[in-house]
Design a protein around this ligand. Structure first.
Ligand code: PMP
Length: 403
């Protein structure tokens, strides 16, 4: 779909046409996004908010317009609920600090799931260490789905926050976040949704989900690196202290006492990535121009095709087999013996096929699966059946070579 819009997809790797199946790590950029970067630096680059001069005002307007675009894309009620960050990791760290400072005390509990990325584990571990709080983990049933009964049982008066990935970057499974949020809200517990893997591949609407916080990364959504989003309901963000100090996040600075700016600026210390936000807006426009529902339906069918084709190869184990997945499929060749995923990945690369191998920044989950890692193929809106067929042919050849 729309492959011609992505110049990098015409590149050759090891003298072969590139098959790019590492979209869960980062997505490629359409020409409109590449053009937007040049346009910004060529025509209107100037620091925002602080300038009365023309270019500064143009840049400010574009940055704030991008905030509105993100709010519309995620279904937020107000643009001030969108905080620009450096990425999902930064968003989660920011919230772990701000929320942790204000709301978490000794003996309190934070709940995450067994299939989190390190960036939705380590910031909470650090918070728990700082505050002598406790991190609780929702178990998985086999390699399939989160155990919702265990989840309900984990929640108590001590639980201060639940933080869960909507889509696992290893298993591709889609957590029933709406249901999980309802369960948490029943006990007045707020929920952060890690949307790093969902924002570009599912129809996300934060008001429909009723999540309290949502984090995502522009680079996984056909946009630029170094930019992300922390959405928070205004009533929550108003209550939280800033995570970082500096320019722009203040109202007045006195030696005796500093007062803070209003939302969203309270959480955006220093010069924000205003070129990135503008460019991200172009990426969102691009996705909207294709049609988000069309993308989701297309990718869902392609993900099923990917899993079916993999299962057609002798000895392949697909993790979370048969579960509905959002663009991510992890597998290993396990019979007659396990082929190390790194070996498979290397031989695939030599045939021009880019996949990711290893623990995918989710070591606790990989340990639980009892393997050294997995091979992960992940698709984007430009992936075609032919890419998957190339992967399958290359995989068969690699398995034969590794014998
Ligand atoms: N959470 C999940 C589920 C992810 O897949 C990723 C990226 N692999 C992250 C968080 C971190 O995203 P970033 O590196 O863009 O901050």
């Amino acid at each position: 779909m729309n492959r011609a819009d992505f110049p990098i997809l015409s590149e050759q790797v090891h003298h072969q046409k590139l098959v790019y199946l590492d979209n869960a790590a980062t997505t490629q950029k359409p020409q409109v996004v590449l053009d937007a970067i040049t346009d910004a630096y060529t025509h209107w680059n100037a620091n925002i908010h602080r300038g009365v001069h023309h270019l500064s005002q143009v840049a400010t307007a574009k940055h704030e317009r991008a905030r509105e675009q993100v709010a519309a894309f995620l279904g937020a009620k107000q643009a001030k609920e969108i905080i620009f960050t450096k990425g999902t990791t930064d968003s989660i760290n920011m919230l772990a600090f701000a929320f942790g400072e204000a709301m978490v005390h000794e003996g309190d509990e934070i709940v995450v799931s067994a299939c989190e990325h390190h960036s939705n584990i380590v910031p909470w571990q650090m918070l728990c260490q700082r505050k002598k709080a406790v991190l609780k983990v929702i178990p998985l049933i086999g390699d399939k789905q989160l155990d919702l009964a265990a989840y309900s049982a984990l929640l108590s008066d001590k639980t201060k926050l639940v933080s869960i990935a909507q889509v696992s970057n290893v298993l591709g499974i889609i957590a029933p976040v709406k249901q999980m949020i309802d369960i948490a809200h029943h006990r007045h517990i707020p929920v952060l949704v890690d949307g790093a893997q969902s924002a570009a591949h599912l129809m996300v609407n934060v008001q429909e989900l009723d999540c309290d916080f949502f984090a995502c990364s522009a680079h996984k959504m056909y946009g630029p690196t170094g930019l992300g989003v922390l959405y928070g309901k205004a009533e929550w963000l108003e209550q939280l202290p800033p995570a970082e100090g500096g320019g722009e996040m203040i109202e007045h600075v006195r030696w005796e006492n500093t007062t803070y700016n209003t939302l969203p600026y309270k959480f955006e210390a220093g010069t924000p990535n205003f070129i990135g936000s503008y460019v991200f807006g172009k990426a969102l426009e691009y996705m909207e121009s294709i049609g988000r529902e069309k993308i989701v339906a297309y990718e869902s069918e392609l993900t099923r095709y990917l899993e079916e084709q993999l299962l057609g190869i002798d000895g392949i184990q697909v993790y979370a087999q048969g579960e509905e997945k959002a663009g991510v499929v992890s597998f290993n060749r396990v019979v007659p013996t396990l082929i190390h995923p790194f070996d498979l990945g290397t031989l695939l690369d030599q045939q021009g096929v880019a996949v990711r191998t290893g623990h995918h920044c989710a070591e606790p989950l990989i340990d639980y699966l009892g393997v050294p890692g997995t091979v992960r193929a992940s698709i984007g809106l430009y992936t075609e059946k032919e890419d998957i067929d190339r992967l399958i042919a290359a995989l068969k050849r690699a398995i034969m070579m590794l014998g």
